[in-house]
Design a protein around this ligand. Structure first.
Ligand code: ZN
Length: 274
């Protein structure tokens, strides 16, 4: 087993339960860590969410998600920064180990990916001081390049590490196997991240063939083509000893099953296929 064991990203059971019910289910199944999404927290209320997690004795491997810094005009970019400052405060209240970032794609009407990347760097620079003051690490998550248009102009681990190097203290990366498994530089970049002490989170699920939906057709570990044990080996070798977060968005399959079945399967596959 890698590090501290399994953390359940609560998006995995978002269609079955609200946050409080999902936390109860985790306790029932012996899961000791979660990563809630902001909308799930908002739905039950920040204080109630924090209390439920704390009372259950659960750790919080991350808080999903900050980012979306790109916007067509200055007012939009400032609104994103303000929202990201609030997100950091929420993460502190929830007791998260880091905030996970999906940085944003191209603003509407733009074809300038370079400018979008600059907006992302500027956005992080604008929230960094507050994050440091709160002791809240910022985990930059590179997303598969198929999302560069609408979700993340940060596409590779190398690129995320370059940005983290530029920003400096208080930043690192979230390595999500789903997004980076295809990268020929993956082993080397994981080693680099380890050397820099920059691995803040590790996420797993599987890449289904064929994939029918770009966002909502993630597979259960073991059902797809990602060599998860090999990647885990690299992450382990790089010195990461934290949680392994299972994060599955699956509109037509896992979100339609009972939450208890989903969690049972996550635990089985975590042991057998990760
Ligand atoms: Zn992820």
């Amino acid at each position: 087993m890698l590090g501290k064991g399994l953390s359940l990203n609560l998006a995995t059971v978002r269609e079955q339960w609200n946050l409080c019910k999902a936390v109860e289910a985790c306790v029932r199944h012996g899961i000791r860590c979660v990563d809630p999404w902001r909308d799930q927290v908002a739905k039950v209320g920040l204080d109630a969410a924090a209390r439920a997690i704390k009372d259950a004795g659960l750790a919080v491997s991350g808080y999903c998600r900050g980012g979306m810094f790109t916007a067509a005009d200055a007012a939009g970019r400032q609104a994103a920064i303000d929202d990201n400052l609030r997100c950091i405060d929420e993460a502190v209240t929830i007791g998260a180990e880091c905030v996970v970032y999906v940085v944003g794609g191209l603003p509407k009407g733009s074809r300038d990916i370079g400018a979008a990347r600059q907006m992302v760097a500027d956005g992080f620079a604008a929230i960094l001081q507050h994050a440091r003051a709160c002791n809240m690490p910022l985990a930059l998550e590179p997303l598969h390049p198929m999302y560069a248009g609408d979700r993340s102009v940060l596409s590779t681990l190398a690129q995320a590490l370059d940005l983290s190097d530029t920003l400096g203290k208080g930043t690192g990366v979230a390595i999500d196997a789903y997004h980076v498994w295809w990268d020929p530089q993956l082993e080397a970049q994981i080693a680099r991240a380890g050397k820099g002490g920059q691995i803040l989170a590790y996420h797993v699920c599987d890449w289904l063939v064929p994939t029918t939906d770009l966002l909502l057709d993630r597979g259960m570990m073991g059902d797809g083509v990602i060599d998860l044990p090999r990647i885990r080996g690299w992450v382990e070798k790089a010195g990461y000893r934290g949680w392994t977060e299972v994060e599955i968005f699956s509109r037509d399959n896992w979100w339609k099953r009972s939450g208890d079945e989903v969690i049972r399967t996550c635990i089985e596959r975590f042991q057998a296929a990760c």
